[in-house]
Design a protein around this ligand. Structure first.
Ligand code: S3P
Length: 166
């Protein structure tokens, strides 16, 4: 199986993909890490130097260039599903799972790192929850195109694998 994890930043996609790799012998890929390897720059620097539109194109190109052998799990960047028909593409080539977290939970999970994240670092700390809420509303229609959804509170390597084989 080829499994794509989608969801908001801070939802836990990378950690859970790593767990699935460790516990089930899956090949682990993270689209942000692939971009950083290819360009030799951090996501923040790429965002700053090239701008968001170029970053979104880079993301879409990286996604389509991945080698998808059986038993691969891919953690995708939080914005990736929302651009360049990426959700549609992922649904054609693999099984998509939305890791769903409430805005308040996302805020808790992002509060320590928000200053290092390109979309969040311009937001005041006390505006973080409002920003997450608004962006989540915009992005939900894309995330909800995933074949399955798992509540973040219930997610484990086992729930991901059991869900994907449904
Ligand atoms: C982004 C999420 C990040 C990264 C970039 C943009 C977004 O990935 O791709 O900072 O638009 O939500 P994570 O979801 O892995 O943090």
């Amino acid at each position: 199986m080829v499994i794509f994890l989608v969801g908001f930043m801070g939802a836990g996609k990378t950690s859970i993909a790593q767990l699935v790799a460790r516990e089930y012998g899956y090949i682990y890929i993270d689209t942000d890490e692939e971009i950083e390897k290819k360009y030799g720059q951090t996501i923040s620097t790429l965002f700053q130097t090239k701008g968001e539109a170029t970053f979104r194109q880079i993301e879409a190109d990286i996604l389509r260039s991945l080698i998808l052998t059986p038993n691969t799990i891919i953690a995708t960047g939080g914005g990736l599903p929302c651009y360049h028909s990426n959700m549609q593409w992922m649904n054609q080539v693999g099984i998509t799972i939305y890791i769903k977290q409430e805005a308040a939970e996302l805020e808790k999970r992002l509060v320590d790192t928000w200053q290092h994240r390109p979309l969040l670092n311009k937001i005041e700390k006390n505006g973080l929850l409002g920003y997450i809420n608004d962006l989540l509303e915009v992005r939900k229609p894309y995330y909800e195109q995933a074949k399955f959804a798992i509540l973040g509170t219930l997610v484990s390597a086992q729930t991901v694998i059991n869900t994907a084989i449904l």
